[in-house]
Design a protein around this ligand. Structure first.
Ligand code: AMP
Length: 177
């Protein structure tokens, strides 16, 4: 079910029950970041998957997607674009609203964050219901980008979030089924 790297991730991620609210088991990735060898292996793993795919931009989702995205962009020697929560970006921007269990949320990107026809890899730490990543994909499609892969360190497979990402190539290092 898991390769050796996924096993290491599974053994290192810390499970925090009832955070940030009752019933949620939070996957705390900070111990992964604190393990330099593991962090580097993860970066190499994601990079190797796409090194021949002519990716022109890594796109990271706030906030833990920035961490893995920045390492990956550095490894591949390409740029990083940020998808952020509302009202954080200072320049001209585009945005997408999406549904939460209660209410709505929004993701934004600078209008010049990704050029028309750019080949991008979208990355975040964790795929849960898929709402955030689906909204990020909408944003990238609006910008005219070609999404080569949507990558996650962890996927809560039992939530079936990848159903919201139909048509995308979704890859997670550690899928919790
Ligand atoms: P979703 O839109 O439901 O797929 O949620 C994905 C976003 O919420 C990601 O940016 C995750 O970092 C965060 N997230 C959702 N559920 C969890 C969880 N159980 N543990 C850690 N982060 C989570």
């Amino acid at each position: 079910m898991k390769n050796a790297l996924a096993e290491r991730v599974a053994n290192t991620v810390r499970n925090i029950p009832d955070f940030p609210k009752p019933g949620i088991q939070f996957k705390d990735i900070t111990p992964v970041l604190q393990d330099g060898s593991l962090f580097r292996s993860i970066t190499h793993y994601f990079a190797e998957r796409v090194v021949d795919r002519e990716i022109t931009k890594i796109v990271g989702i706030e906030s833990r997607g920035f961490i893995f995205g920045a390492a990956l962009a550095h490894e591949l020697g390409i740029g990083l674009t940020l998808i952020r929560k509302p009202n954080k970006l200072p320049f001209e921007k585009i945005g997408v609203d999406y549904e939460l269990e209660y209410g709505t949320d929004r993701v934004e990107m600078h209008a010049d964050g990704v050029g028309n026809g750019e080949r991008v890899l979208l990355i975040d730490d964790l795929l849960a219901t898929g709402g955030t990543a689906a909204a990020a994909c909408d944003l990238l499609n609006q910008a005219g980008a070609e999404i080569v892969e949507v990558a996650f360190l962890i996927e809560l497979g039992f939530l079936e979030g990848r159903n919201k990402l139909e048509g995308q190539h979704v890859h997670s290092l550690w899928n919790i089924e």
